[in-house]
Write a protein that binds this ligand. Structure first.
Ligand code: GTP
Ligand code: MG
Length: 588
């Protein structure tokens, strides 16, 4: 992370570095070539227009005259070709580096822990992958090029000036330190503005993204006006910061512009004196005058370059943070693969867990055993830690204390990928991809047959409603597809979890939105799966829990009751109360 930003950029140009250096040489070349026209003009003026023997030279050296003109035309054509190729090189290299970094970042994000996604907001991550990366590309394609261009033009012109008349050149050169001083002060003031600007852009993107994905809530609460105002606020802050950032330059601009504009005046006065005193020829004066822009323009460019450089600085810091982010949950050295299928015995031994950003643990001293093939039901009030508990099994988070074993082996000793592939999970928030129903069900294993997809849909009581759709399994669902009801989505998500034939099936409130009849069908389906699996089912309904081999009641992150339906009823505790409430019976 401590790597310098430019070095990081250089590393990401791998494979294109040679081309980039060629591009830089090209920039040097075409800028030096800018001098050829004024140089040839100077020769023509001195030899054929204003020199002592101008008239006779035009007679005797006619071919030289035309030669010089032809050289001017050819060099101009050559220069245009170099500029053209050079632009292509910068474009190619910058796009290649961008492609590489973008892919790298995306891969990086795929491998991040769940905790990562609760820290970074979607809008912020999207900003890193779009706007920030564009600033990085701009650095390669424009900033570096403009610096080289300015440097080449300025130095070549200065050298040329020194050769023509060192005294006049020296006077011109004396203006440079003033410009550097101004630019230095400018940088100090503008750098924090660019950091702020970048933050405002991320906030703006986050506001837009949250609004778009939450559009149903907005509509339901008729909060459109409020959302528009909220966005307007972010937008106006972004806009204000943008203006403030531009205005920093405006404070320095008059000074730079004055110095730059003084150059022709100085040339006129001092150059004029030199001319009168015969210390400068007319041709030389014309060359000085024709090239004075080549000294003044790089000075003017410095502000823009510094602005863009600071934009790159702020953006690349964000990109690099992601680039070097490492997931905390990784395969331990010596972690083993899973040969064949897991049996599915799960043991929790004194497991406690606290979210990294929280002060108090959400799970305390959890111990239980699920034998292979058993069904475990977890019940408890909302927020008691059920989802947190099941998230520990696929190692989405690590317990802060205690251990979890699967088939007698600590889950930390398995490789993460095969471990997760052995677990079928239907999460509480159902997310379906913009794809066909068939594609969604087969997400975990693209090779399963259409018959199998149908079979898993049947287990999940989804076959009926899917086959009634006009396009059946080929119906596109998800963001832009047909709308599905909450219960329909849950059933597809269950079928998706089953389709990988997991050794462990975890259902987090998966049947909460389906009616009792359908739920019964699902329970039936789950009991007759054609593969062995241990099931952990989080549910609020007694109809789901009562057939479980073990019911765990979780209260404030602790297991307060554990046993079968009958055992818990006789305890007359929380479970008993829930059963009474749900069945409406006074006494059971
Ligand atoms: P329901 O799904 O509503 O039935 O609740 P649950 O039992 O699944 O609760 P869950 O395990 O999701 O949350 C338990 C506690 O952990 C709650 O107090 C949450 O506020 C907290 N919590 C959940 N996720 C996070 C997280 O990512 N970070 C932090 N810091 N706290 C979390
Ligand atoms: Mg939950």
């Amino acid at each position: 992370m401590k790597k310098s930003k430019l070095r990081w950029l250089w590393e990401n140009m791998e494979g294109y570095r040679g081309l980039y250096i060629l591009g830089i040489f090209g920039t040097l070349l075409y800028n030096v070539l800018q001098l050829t026209v004024p140089f040839v003009t100077q020769q023509i003026i001195d030899l054929f227009l204003s020199g002592e023997n101008a008239a006779s030279n035009l007679e005797t050296k006619r071919s030289l005259f035309f030669g010089l003109i032809a050289a001017m035309v050819l060099l101009t054509l050559f220069r245009v070709t170099v500029v053209y190729l050079d632009c292509m090189i910068y474009e190619k290299v910058s796009q290649a580096a961008l492609y590489r970094i973008r892919n790298f970042l995306y891969n990086k994000m795929q491998r991040q822990d769940m905790a990562f996604y609760s820290v970074y907001r979607t809008g912020d991550l999207m900003t890193r992958l779009t706007g920030d990366l564009d600033a990085v590309r701009h650095m390669i394609a424009w900033v570096v090029r403009t610096i080289i261009e300015s440097f080449a033009l300025y130095s070549a012109t200065m050298i040329y000036f020194f050769f023509m008349n060192w005294k006049l050149a020296l006077i011109m050169l004396m203006m440079s330190p003033i410009i550097f001083g101004i630019i230095f002060l400018f940088k100090k003031q503008v750098a924090p503005k660019h950091k702020l600007l970048r933050e405002k852009m991320a906030t703006l993107n986050t506001a837009a993204q949250e609004n778009i994905s939450g559009n149903r809530v907005v509509k339901a609460f008729a909060k459109e006006e409020h959302e528009i105002e909220k966005f307007d606020q972010c937008n106006s802050e972004y806009s204000k910061t943008n203006i403030e950032t531009s205005f920093v330059w405006l404070r320095f601009f008059p000074f730079v512009e004055t110095v730059a504009n003084l150059m022709p005046v100085i040339l006129l006065v001092i150059g004029g004196l030199f001319l009168i005193n015969d210390q400068l020829t007319m041709g030389e004066y014309a060359a000085f005058s024709g090239l004075i822009w080549a000294i003044a323009n790089p000075m003017r460019n410095m502000g823009n370059v510094m602005n863009e450089f600071q934009r790159f600085d702020a953006a690349s810091a964000k990109v690099m943070e992601l680039y070097y982010a490492e997931p905390k949950i990784v395969d331990l050295p010596g972690a083993c693969d899973i040969e064949g299928r897991l049996k599915g015995k799960i043991e929790f031994k004194n497991v406690s867990f606290r979210y990294e950003d929280a002060d108090i643990p959400v799970l305390h001293d959890i111990s239980f055993t699920a034998e292979a093939g058993q069904t475990i039901a977890i019940m408890g009030e909302t927020g008691c830690g059920k989802t947190s508990l099941i998230n520990l099994i696929p190692r989405f988070y690590e317990p802060t204390e205690g251990e979890i074993y699967i088939d007698g082996k600590n889950i930390r000793d398995y490789k993460i990928q095969p471990l997760r592939k052995s677990i079928g999970l239907a999460t509480q928030d159902v997310l379906l991809y913009s794809d066909t129903i068939d594609g969604n069900i087969a997400y975990g294993d693209a090779n399963i047959s259409a018959d199998d997809v149908r079979k898993f849909a049947k287990y999940s009581a989804a076959e009926d409603f899917i086959s009634k759709m006009p396009e059946g399994y080929d119906t596109i669902v998800g963001e832009r597809g047909v709308g599905l009801s909450g219960g329909q989505k849950q059933r597809i998500s269950l079928a998706r979890a089953l389709a990988i034939k997991p050794s462990i099936l975890i259902l987090d409130d998966t049947t909460s939105a389906v009616d009792l009849e359908t739920e019964k069908t699902i329970q039936e389906g789950l009991r007759h799966l054609d593969f062995d699996c241990t099931k952990i089912i989080i549910a609020q309904r007694v109809s789901t829990t009562k057939n479980a081999d073990l019911i765990l009641v979780l209260q404030d992150g602790r297991i307060t009751e554990a046993g079968t339906h009958e055992q818990l009823l006789s305890k007359r505790g929380y479970y008993y109360d829930v059963v009474r409430l749900q069945t409406g019976e006074e006494d059971i």
